[in-house]
Design a protein. Structure first.
Length: 301
C-alpha cells in the first residue's frame, strides 16, 4: 500500500487496446467522469504478439509515449521501482509465463492480470497455486463483472433462480475462442449466480454459442454469445420478479478500474477472489468439453 502521491504502474504487454484505454483513464486527456486519479503508468513492456501486428504496436507505443510512458523491451526495466503491476497481454497463453517472471522479479507488488486469467484450466490452477504459495495479491476479471446496470440488478435480486445474458463472440487470433470471448459471459454468470456450478451444455450454430449452466436446487444460467453483435445485457429472475440489465454502450471498464485503484492504493483483499476466477476458468473449460462432445460436461475445478 502506498500513501500520498501517484502510484507508479508497470504495464506488461502492448497487444491489447486496454493498454491505451487504461493509461488514458489514469493520465490522459479524458472527461472528469472518466478519470481514475492516483495511478500513473510509468513503463510498459513491448514484445511481439500474434494478437497485434508490429505496426499496430508501433502506434500504441507512440500513444503511450505521448502520455509519458517509457516503452521498453526489458521486463526488469518495466517492473523496477514500481508500486504495482498490470499484466495487459491479449494472448492468454503467455499469462502464466509472465506472471511467473513478474513474481520472481517483483514478489511484493500487487497485480492485476487482465482477462482471461489463463488459456486453460490447468494453467489457471498453476497461477492460483503460485499466487497463494508466494502470497501475491492479484486479481483477474473482465470489466463486465462490475457493470453498473448489472450491479443494480444484483441489488434487486441478489440470489436469482435464473440468469440470462447475451454478449459477443468471435474467432480469437490464436488459442480458444471460447476462452478469449466467453470469459465476459462467464464473468457475468459467476458474479450473479455465485460459485458451485455443476454442469454445462454448450452448442454452436451460425450465430455463435448458447451455453446452459446448471446449479444446485434447479437454478440455471443461460448465455447467448452472438457473432458480430457487440452488445451486452440480460435479466435476473426470482420466483417473484424479473429485473433486466443492459450496458448502454461505451467502455465497460470504468467501474473495474475504480476498484483496481482502490485495491492498489488501499491494500487489503483483491476485489475478485482467486476462487471466483478459477470457477470462471472451469466454466470455460466445461464449455469447451461440452462443445467437443456434444454432451453436458461437469464443472471440474
Amino acid at each position: 500500500m502506498k500513501t500520498g502521491g501517484e502510484m507508479k504502474i508497470g504495464m506488461i504487454g502492448l497487444d491489447t487496446s486496454h493498454c491505451i484505454e487504461f493509461t488514458k483513464a489514469f493520465q490522459g486527456d479524458v472527461p472528469p467522469e472518466q478519470k481514475i486519479s492516483g495511478l500513473r503508468v510509468v513503463a510498459a513492456l513491448r514484445f511481439p504478439s500474434v494478437f497485434q501486428a508490429e505496426s499496430g504496436q508501433d502506434k500504441r507505443q507512440q500513444q503511450l509515449e505521448q502520455m509519458g510512458v517509457k516503452v521498453t523491451h526489458s521486463l526488469e526495466e518495466a517492473v523496477r521501482g514500481m508500486d504495482a503491476i498490470m499484466i495487459e497481454i491479449n494472448d492468454p497463453a503467455l499469462h502464466l509465463e509472465y506472471f511467473r517472471k513478474v513474481v520472481e522479479l517483483a514478489p511484493n507488488l500487487p497485480m492485476f492480470l487482465d482477462k482471461p486469467m489463463a488459456c486453460d484450466l490447468e494453467q489457471g490452477r498453476q497461477i492460483v497455486e503460485l499466487a497463494r504459495r508466494k502470497n501475491v495479491k492479484v486479481f483477474s476479471c473482465s470489466g463486465c463483472r462490475f457493470l453498473p446496470a448489472l450491479e443494480q440488478a444484483r441489488a434487486e435480486i441478489p440470489e436469482p433462480l435464473l440468469c440470462h445474458m447475451y454478449g459477443w463472440y468471435n474467432k480469437a487470433a490464436a488459442g480458444s475462442s471460447i476462452v478469449w470471448y466467453g470469459v465476459h459471459a462467464m464473468e457475468v454468470i459467476e458474479r450473479t449466480m455465485g460459485r458451485g456450478a455443476q454442469n454445462v451444455f454448450c452448442r454452436e450454430d451460425a450465430r455463435g454459442l448458447v451455453v446452459i449452466v446448471q446449479y444446485p436446487g434447479g437454478r440455471r444460467a443461460v448465455a447467448e454469445l452472438c457473432m458480430g453483435l457487440w452488445d451486452i445485457g440480460g435479466r435476473l429472475q426470482s420466483a417473484e420478479r424479473c429485473v433486466p440489465f443492459r450496458h448502454p454502450g461505451g467502455s465497460f471498464n470504468l467501474s473495474m478500474l475504480q476498484k483496481l485503484r482502490d485495491f492498489f492504493q488501499q491494500g487489503g483483499e483483491p476485489p475478485v477472489t482467486l476462487d471466483d476466477t478459477l470457477e470462471i476458468q472451469a466454466l470455460l473449460d466445461a464449455c469447451e468439453r461440452s462443445l467437443a462432445s456434444g454432451k453436458e460436461a461437469a464443472v471440474q475445478i
